[in-house]
Design a protein. Structure first.
Length: 255
C-alpha cells in the first residue's frame, strides 16, 4: 500500500534525513587510505547514536538474504555495486567507494547514498560518478506532481544510456516513510507516462546505480549480500530521499 504523508510528517522525515546526511559526511571524512571499512561503519554508528536514531540496516533481512545485515552502512568498493558489508578491507589510493546509510528517528526513516574516490581519482571513475549524480538529478527533476513513476525511471535510464553505462535492472528506488522500504518500487529503467501518478506527500528514495562496463547483469558474493559487476568494471551508487510536493521535489536527506 502506498502511504501519502502529511506536511508535518514530511518535516519529521526531514529530521531523519538530516541524521543520514551527517552520518554520510562523517564516513566520507574518515575514508582515507589505510582506513578499514569497519571503521567507516563505526563513524556512522557514532553519529546515529548521538542523534538518538537507530539504523534500519542493522539486522535487516529481506527474503533474498541468508543472514541479517550486520552493519549500519553498506560499503561497496570498486566493482561492488551495492550492499557491500563493511569488513576489515583497508582502503587504497584510487578506490571507488559507495556508502549507503539509513536512519530511523522518532518513527520515521531516511535513506541516502554517496560515491567518491579515496585519494587520486581516475578520469573514468570521475565520469562514472558524475553520470550517476546527473541520473539522480534527472530523477529528482522528474519527481513532480502530475508525472508518473515511469517518468522518473525514464529520466534515470536516459542518462545511463547516453553514457553507455549498465544498471542492475531488478534494483531501483522505493517508497519510504515509517519503514525504510515501502511501496511503490521505482525502477531505474522505464517508459514515460507509465505507472503510479505522483501526488503531494508521496516520498521516494531515488537511487541510480551505474556500472562502467555497460552490462546490466551482476553476481552475488558468497555473503549473500554484495552485488558485483560480472565484468569487473567499477560501479557508483548515489541516492536521496525525495518528497513530491505541490511546490516541487524536496530532498529530505540534506544536512
Amino acid at each position: 500500500m502506498v502511504e501519502i504523508k502529511t506536511d508535518g510528517e514530511l518535516e519529521a522525515m526531514r529530521a531523519a534525513g538530516r541524521v543520514v546526511a551527517h552520518a554520510l559526511a562523517a564516513v566520507r571524512d574518515a575514508a582515507k587510505t589505510g582506513v578499514r571499512l569497519r571503521e567507516l561503519d563505526e563513524a556512522a554508528r557514532t553519529v546515529l547514536s548521538e542523534a538518538g536514531a537507530r539504523s534500519p540496516f542493522l539486522g535487516y533481512r529481506p527474503s533474498f538474504a541468508p543472514t541479517p545485515f550486520p552493519a549500519v552502512i553498506c560499503a561497496s568498493v570498486n566493482d561492488a555495486v551495492v550492499h557491500g558489508i563493511p569488513d576489515g578491507y583497508a582502503l587504497r589510493d584510487g578506490d571507488l567507494v559507495s556508502i549507503d546509510c539509513g536512519a530511523q528517528l522518532d518513527g520515521w526513516a531516511g535513506d541516502s547514498a554517496v560515491s567518491f574516490v579515496v585519494g587520486s581519482p581516475r578520469p573514468a571513475d570521475t565520469a562514472l560518478i558524475d553520470a550517476t549524480r546527473r541520473a539522480l538529478d534527472a530523477a529528482i527533476a522528474a519527481a513532480v506532481v502530475g508525472n508518473r513513476i515511469g517518468d522518473i525511471s525514464h529520466a534515470v535510464s536516459t542518462v545511463a544510456r547516453a553514457g553507455r553505462y549498465g544498471m542492475p535492472e531488478d534494483f531501483g528506488g522505493h517508497g519510504i516513510g515509517r519503514q525504510m522500504h515501502e511501496d511503490p518500487h521505482v525502477p531505474n529503467w522505464g517508459r514515460p507516462r507509465r505507472g503510479l501518478p505522483l501526488r503531494h506527500g508521496l516520498v521516494l528514495a531515488l537511487e541510480p546505480m551505474l556500472m562502467a562496463g555497460g552490462r546490466n547483469d551482476y553476481r552475488t558474493d558468497p555473503d549473500g549480500w554484495t552485488l558485483r559487476t560480472t565484468d569487473g568494471s567499477r560501479a557508483a551508487h548515489i541516492e536521496h530521499t525525495v518528497a513530491i510536493t505541490d511546490d516541487g521535489p524536496q530532498v529530505l536527506t540534506l544536512p
